[in-house]
Design a protein around this ligand. Structure first.
Ligand code: URA
Length: 431
């Protein structure tokens, strides 16, 4: 096999056979296929697409590029522990993993949550948790197993040998305008989740301006593709399509999102964050064999909070330590009167990123204290001077860029208009 014949086959709209796919993924991972050749193939895949067999073969090749984890032997009090994980396709203010993992674990289910760092305007779970003094993202596999058996939840970085082909391909997609290919998104996400060895998986597929695939038809196609990949690999998988047109909750950034998550774990917090946390927990617990579990009860009575505290402490964090606070804040206010129709998620994500919550180069540091607090939500009435956003940063020279990103972020309707309800959960996708 040679790279050019594989590129030409896809360029001309043919399905690639299993041998071509296995060869291309392996050759690129071993450095035998040049980046410019894989870039051309990725662009051909983006433009021509792949059928479900091709996507499944590509996913398998990425899994086989590294090692697989196995949690089937987890025990507590002599009883086997079911495992269930959640993956979000990424959004703005999406801190759901923080309350969700301990909430689900508080029902006696193991949650091995391998998480990532921020990407573009979307935040990363590990970056958020690292704002807790002492907390470590790197957990060796034997400690991970012990923590799952004792505490029930671990949120940590993936080990470098989990689907290494994805790490290489992801970096290339990021710089070649090919991230949005549905086959590549599905294979990237599912290769890591299948290699992780979870028994069940719930996918939170985002729709709207703050998502990688803003249109519902494409988000649905991604969800369908991933659910089929999971089920065919023996992982009980379902997906929820959820709204990411508006930021989730009131906080977007790092420490500010941890603070909001702790409010949810204490039985409070913004209604939309609670709604989505409870919906995803119910879906995860159903797949883990507990369809009658009542997640809202464990938020109200403190059991989810107890598991959170144990989970943070097990990874070296101090759950009682004060979170970093920004030295500089600046408030953006309304200039007109009206009823809020929409707060644009993408604009809020870009502003948080510009304030220092995200990275502009791989491996750069993020500011734990940087972020945006959103003071208004759909349906609220505003007048000139009403606070819309408070910007937090260590570097006040970034305020102008963040303010520019937020220009036009709040759409107002007539003050007399009826409020329009925007439910977070749009639909459920099963195999
Ligand atoms: N998350 C992933 O793991 N892969 C993608 O391609 C996009 C989001």
């Amino acid at each position: 096999l040679d790279p050019v014949s594989v590129i030409v086959a896809k360029r001309d709209g043919h399905a690639l056979d299993d041998a071509q796919i296995a060869w291309a993924v392996d050759a690129y991972t071993r450095g035998e296929m040049a980046p410019e050749q894989m870039s051309a193939l990725l662009m051909a895949i983006l433009l021509r697409g792949m059928d479900r067999r091709e996507i499944a073969t590509w996913t398998r090749a990425m899994i086989e590029s590294g090692s697989r984890m196995d949690f089937s032997g987890l025990r507590r009090d002599g009883r086997a522990l079911p495992t269930v994980d959640k993956h979000s396709t990424g959004g703005v203010g999406d801190k759901i993993t923080l309350p969700l993992a301990p909430l689900v674990a508080s029902f006696g289910v193991a949650v091995p949550q391998l998480s990532g760092r921020g990407l573009g305007h979307t935040g990363g779970t590990l970056d958020k948790l690292e704002s807790i003094p002492g907390w470590r993202a790197d957990v060796p596999i034997d400690e991970m197993t012990a923590q799952l058996e004792s505490v029930g939840a671990v949120v940590c970085a993936a080990n470098p040998d989990l689907a290494p082909a994805d790490r290489l391909l992801y970096a290339l997609r990021d710089v070649t305008g090919t991230v949005e290919s549905i086959p590549m998104l599905a294979a990237s996400i599912m290769s890591k989740k299948i290699a992780e060895g979870t028994g069940a998986l719930v996918l939170d597929v985002k729709v709207g301006s703050g998502a990688f695939l803003p249109e519902i038809e494409r988000a649905r196609e991604l969800a369908d593709t991933m659910v089929e990949l999971g089920e065919r690999a023996g992982v009980a998988t379902s997906a929820l399509l959820t709204d990411m047109d508006q930021p989730l909750g009131r906080a977007a950034g790092n420490a500010v999102e941890v603070a909001e998550s702790v409010e949810v774990l204490a039985g409070g917090g913004p209604a939309d964050v609670v709604e989505l946390t409870v919906a995803l927990a119910a879906e995860m617990l159903t797949l883990a064999g507990l369809p009658d579990a009542d997640p809202a009860a464990h938020l109200a009575d403190g059991r989810a909070m107890d598991t959170w505290r144990a989970m943070i402490a097990a990874q070296g964090g101090d759950p009682d330590a004060p979170l970093p606070r920004a030295r500089h804040t600046d408030t953006v206010t309304a200039t007109e009167t009206g009823r809020v129709r929409r707060v644009d998620a993408r604009a809020v994500g870009d502003a948080a990123w510009r304030l220092g919550a995200g990275r502009s180069r791989p491996g750069a540091d993020v500011q734990a204290e940087a972020g945006v607090i959103v003071h208004v939500a759909t349906g609220d009435q505003v007048r000139p001077g009403t606070p819309l956003f408070t910007l937090h940063t260590r570097t006040p020279e970034r305020f102008d860029a963040a303010r520019a990103a937020l220009t036009g972020a709040v759409t107002l309707a007539d003050p007399e208009s009826d409020p329009v309800a925007a439910p977070r959960v749009i639909e459920r996708v099963r195999f």
